[in-house]
Design a protein around this ligand. Structure first.
Ligand code: HEM
Ligand code: CU
Length: 483
């Protein structure tokens, strides 16, 4: 207990604010660039521009890896920044994390645009080795080594966060607020929401990355020595366990910004309640157990695993909404007032977008729906909802908060850019979902003429998103420059 109090005493300082601000600047720039890549793809699908399919798949690979990477980077940075309010973290670990991340980005971009690797961010075995002559095994190895570098950085960061939280809160159970969830601990003594979220996401992201590292190494050995083969079904299970957990972790880490920042706008502290603590433990288990919803097309999968994927998908939405939308609504109801500016608006949008995105996600997690929708644009439709309007909105909200001024409001340019982002994002994901419902396939470089209109409308919405995102990043740069 004294450890916690002491640790909280150190909380007044802004932990590694410089490194965090720099990271968010880099991430903002990467997100903007990847959005332009996204618009390029959508415009090509709409027949608005001519794009060589070879280049389309390089761009798709870079966009997928780059966006998932940026989501992970911003999520982990938010986790680091706010965990640093409760326990003292080693600054060197963060710099190692950032350095390894940037090294990974260089390797991935080099492998994609110089080496020509275009096997998608999911590096599904044995695709990296079957390029049809478009790229060499060496290029694929460099791409995968980029992932390994980023993965090692994440492991370092999570180990540092995990060991400090475990020491300060009396073990994993304490940091997950189990005494309140399952015992008769008093809520006043419970770990704060940020700590519960940081501990849970540290556990599942570590497990995901360890499994990811194993399949990465196996794939690299396969590329170097083709005689060494991997069981394709096992590899797919490992890849989707890793991919599912990693992208989910990015959002579950980013929500820490909501728990820590929104109280500044209401004046009411956000406390860990019993329901909140239970929900986070259930989230921890469900995030790990639900990944077979990515393998519903694989008839070789044991039936029970796929059924588990569907059943857990159904129930996942409950703890998810409990820790996000429901908690936020209960919290805001209890608060007397809420002050709106770009930061608070984006953070609330992030929670709303995340929650909304879970609906088409759960639908796709049903075997009968998945049979029809799986390789359609329904899939990018659901994940762009909770990433573009969820994780990335929260990341932009965190950036706006880092550059905040006391008298910020939502009028003028901040309000205009916020509503442009929300409207552009909603329209953009709606076009993916509508296209998916019309059975338009995903990951097709060239679209039939009767699909062009959908992609053209989506391109217009994408341009709005990019305009708004550019305004967010510019405002951030200007404010950092002035501070
Ligand atoms: C202006 C914003 C964006 C635009 C215009 C855009 C556009 C696209 C397009 C056209 C595709 C390919 C769709 C297809 O399969 O036919 C795609 C795929 C994808 N996008 Fe985005 N996107 C945007 C934002 C984001 C964000 C914010 C994220 C994540 C943080 C993201 C992550 C992904 C991923 C993971 C894929 C899958 C790549 C694959 O299939 O291998 N995108 N995006
Ligand atoms: Cu999943």
């Amino acid at each position: 207990m004294t450890a916690i109090v002491e640790a909280r005493g150190a909380a007044a300082i802004a932990p590694q604010a410089g490194a965090v601000k720099l990271t968010m600047l880099l991430a903002g720039a990467v997100i903007l660039l990847m959005m332009i890549f996204g618009l390029t793809m959508r415009a090509a699908q709409g027949g608005l521009i001519e794009l060589d399919p070879t280049l389309f798949y390089q761009i798709m690979t870079a966009h997928g890896a780059g966006m998932v990477g940026a989501a992970g980077l911003t999520g982990a940075t938010i986790l680091w920044y706010f965990t640093g309010r409760y326990v003292e973290l080693l600054a060197g670990v963060y710099w190692a994390f950032l350095g390894l991340f940037l090294l990974g980005v260089v390797l991935i971009l080099g492998a994609t645009f110089i080496g020509g690797y275009a096997g998608a961010w999911t590096f599904l075995f044995p695709l990296p080795a079957i390029s049809g002559g478009l790229w060499t095994p060496g290029a694929a190895i460099v791409f995968l080594l980029g992932y390994v570098s980023i993965g090692v950085g994440f492991l370092l960061l999570h180990l540092e966060v995990g060991r400090k939280l475990i020491a300060a809160y009396g073990g994993i159970g304490g940091a997950l607020a189990w005494p309140v969830a399952f015992g008769n601990g008093r809520p006043e003594d419970a770990a704060p929401p940020a700590v519960v979220a940081a501990m849970a996401s540290t556990i599942f992201n570590t497990l995901g990355i360890v499994v990811g590292a194993a399949v990465l190494v196996a794939s690299i050995v396969n590329l170097a020595f083709p005689a060494f083969t991997v069981d394709a079904l096992l590899a797919k299970n490992m890849i989707f366990f890793f991919g599912h957990v990693f992208i989910n972790a990015s959002i579950y880490m980013a929500v820490i910004a909501v728990y820590e920042i929104v109280p500044e706008y209401t004046g009411k502290p956000w406390k860990t309640t019993r329901m909140f603590a239970i929900a986070w433990t259930v989230v921890l288990l469900f995030v790990l157990a639900v990944y077979p919803h990515h393998l519903m097309q694989d008839w070789a999968m044991p039936g029970w695993a796929v059924v588990m994927g569907q059943v857990v998908s159904y129930f996942s939405a409950i703890p998810l909404i409990a820790v996000t939308a429901f908690s936020l609504l209960v919290y805001l109801r209890g608060a007397k007032s809420m002050r709106w500016d770009l930061a608070s608006a984006l953070l609330v949008l992030g929670v709303a977008g995340w929650t909304a995105g879970s609906v088409p996600a759960v639908l796709d997690g049903m075997i009968v729906v998945n049979k029809v929708m799986h390789n359609t644009q329904w899939v990018p439709g659901h994940f762009h909802t909770y990433l573009l309007l969820g994780e990335v909105a929260m990341a932009f909200g965190f950036m706006a908060w880092l550059g905040r001024r006391g008298d910020d409001s939502l009028s003028g340019l901040p309000g205009a850019s916020f509503w442009t982002y929300a409207a552009g994002g909603t329209g953009f994901v709606a076009m993916f979902l509508i296209s998916g419902a019309m059975s338009i396939p995903r990951r097709w470089a060239v679209h039939l003429p009767q699909w062009h209109l959908q992609a053209q409308i989506a391109s217009a919405f994408a341009a709005l998103i990019i305009l708004a995102a550019a305004a967010f990043v510019l405002r951030y740069v200007v404010r950092l420059g002035k501070s």
